[in-house]
Every structure is written in structure tokens, then in C-alpha cells.
Write a protein that binds this ligand. Sequence first.
Ligand code: HEM
Length: 396
Amino acid sequence: MSDLKYRGVDMCAPEAHDDPWEMYEYLRENDPIYWDEHNELWYAFRYDDIVDISRNPVDFCSTEGNRPYIPPDPSMLHQDGAQHTKQRGLVAKGFTPRAMRESEAYCENIVDELIAAFADHGEADIVEEFAALLPAMLIAKMLGVPSEKSSTLRRWIRVMVPGGQGPHYVTDEVNDAFGEFCEHHEEMVTERADNPTDADLLLKWMHAEIDGERLDEDQLLFEHALLLAGGVETTRNAIAGGMEMLAKDPEQWAYLRANVDDDAVIEAALEEMIRWVTPFANMFRTATRDVEIRGRKIKEGQMIGLMYPSANRDPRVFKDPFRFEVRRSPRAEKHIAFGFGTHFCLGANLARLELRTALRALLRRFETVALKPGGRQEWASSSFTRGPMHMDLVFG
Ligand code: HEM
């Protein structure tokens, strides 16, 4: 409290998170419920505090939105209680184990196609040539969007997501991209209303019913946007950031190659890739009454950011947390990159399917992987998402 070391940092500014580990570690240990006086926002840095807040939607709600000072939309992400349960249930009808199984073969085909395009060349920007394409192409297929349009989806997402950093970041460009997405959504809904034959996600949502209720027009639009905004960049970043670490550690690559058919080994590796990257830097909650945590008084109506990357490096939970270690036990050391509690990521199994398929195919195809000397290995600057922009790798 009396500690002023990081006082006045603008936590919404992307550059505050460019190389944040010293600051996160310091605040986690010395000022774990931190007051960002620049933006008048609270931030939680410890694993246990973030879990406690996430499991308490009565005191810390999502209904005021989960980005700083950006008003809530009608998607499930901004509902709590019975309304959240119902809306999540309606959307989840497109995420059944059967739907996941149906996506598996398609996911494998995309992965094979993408690898074939760079394999002979022996090198790739793993972001642009692989990790960014897979989630966009897969979700396009699930939504019934022609695959040529997946690059347009990617452009909208790339432009819209930075708007989540705060109101200053919601530029005209962000609004225009959202406008274009809305038009695209309208077209898709009209097409499906006229020709309700394809069993894609959007059509399933249009007809899904719980207790005789369906998603209304606005809910449908914002669930659709949520899926794109939440599911594409995150998965891209976990794949590319995880590959960066494997490229730096030939021993771990060799270990995974030797055990590529062992499900438990691969599951542990992909959880470590997700923990390491932690693609969302934070989500926010709003206090519904005055609450005290660790002596700090959070007032009703104030927002608090849940700093997942800091939690996922908390030494109280993770042994040697700054070491990337695919042999880490994901049960004993459970990351919270997918959030925690009722809003736990609905797409977690889809993300895992993509990571598993990608990792296995890359391991089977290439004996070695390394950072390309003199290549671009750059991470994006953001206070909301985390992951590489470019990651030039060489494959042997
Ligand atoms: C590695 C990849 C991913 C990460 C790290 C991730 C992370 C998260 C996090 C942290 C939340 C919780 C938000 C909160 O508590 O406020 C969340 C929710 C959500 N995610 Fe993901 N996500 C990923 C992939 C996906 C994918 C592939 C999809 C679907 C295509 C998806 C769809 C959703 C949805 C619909 C929610 C809202 C759940 C609810 O409010 O009940 N995510 N995700």
C-alpha cells in the first residue's frame, strides 16, 4: 500500500506490458491488489485472489462489461446468474463433443495443407504461415463462411481486438471493422433464414431453444462476435508462442517427438504452451458493493483486472514458474489462462484440439526446429492480448 514503486503506471497502455515480468513479480509480491491511479482501475496479481474473485460473481460481476470502461454487450460474457447459464447453454449447443469430433478431421486437413506449403522451404514465419491461419480457417468452416473469406475475418479481428484495451483504443478503424462485421453477420443470418439446410454453428444458434427461448437478434450478433474475437487470436498466440519456446529448447522438442503418440505427454505440453503464453493479459470484473481484499478497499462500481499472466507465473502454484517445461503436471499446477468459474472459456476444448493437432503434425514432420538466425521474432504490444506478431523459424 505504502509501496510506490510502480505508482502512476498506465496499465491500459500497451507498452506497460511489453516486458512486464519484473513489474508483475514485484506487484504480485508487494502490492497484489494494485490501484492504477492513472485509469482509476484495480488489478489483482496473485493466483489465489484471481480465483477467489472469479468464483464470486455476486460481489464481482461481469454484467458491467469485462474490458476497462467499455460498456457491456448482450453476449454471455457480460451476463451472470440464470441469464448467463441460459445463454451459454444455447451457444454451447454448437460446442458438443460431437461437434468437436466433426471438426477434428477438418482441423487435421488444414494443418496438413498449411505444413505442406512451407515444409520443402524449411522455414516459415510460424505466425503468418500457420498459427494465424488455422484458427481462422477452422472457425470459418464451423460458421459456414467460405474459406476465402477467412482472411477478411482475420483482418476484422486484428483491427477490433485492440479496442479491448480501453475507450482510447476504440478508434474509427475499430468501429468500421465492427460495422463491416455486422453487415456480414446480417447477410449470413438472412441466407440461413432463407435456406436453413447447412448444419453450421450460426444456424444451430438461430434454432437453439432452452425453455422455449431463443437467442434474440442482438445476442446472436454479439455471441458471433465473441467467438471470433475470443477464439482466433488467442489460439494463434498459444501455438506461435509455444513453438517459440520449443524452438529454443531442442531437448524438449526431441522428448516430445519420442512421445508423440502418448496422449498424456502431448496434453501436458499443450497446457504448458497455453500457460506460458497466457493469450489474454486480463479480464475485468466490477464490484457490486464495497469489498476489502488484502486491506485494500474496492468501492462499489470500481473495476478490477484479473492479471492472468501474473497468476500463471505465481510461485505459490508453479514450481520454477519462469521455466518453460512440457513435463510440468497440468493437474498439480493448473494454469488459469482460460479463466476460472462460470465464465471458464467455452472454446477451451476447441483451442486444445487445434493445439494438439498442430503440435502433433509439426512434431511428426520435423526432426528439429530453431529460431531463424537474423529472422523476425517479435511480440505484439498490447495491454489485452499476448503473443508473437512474427516468429521466423527454421525446420529440419
Ligand atoms: C488458447 C485459446 C483461448 C484462451 C486463452 C481463451 C481465454 C478465455 C478466457 C480467459 C475467458 C474468460 C473470460 C472471463 O472470465 O471474463 C474466455 C471465455 C470465452 N471464450 Fe475463450 N479462450 C481461448 C479460445 C477460445 C476459442 C477457440 C473459442 C471459441 C471459438 C472461445 C470462446 C470463448 C467464449 C464464448 C467465452 C465466454 C464464456 C462465458 O462467458 O461463459 N475461446 N476465454
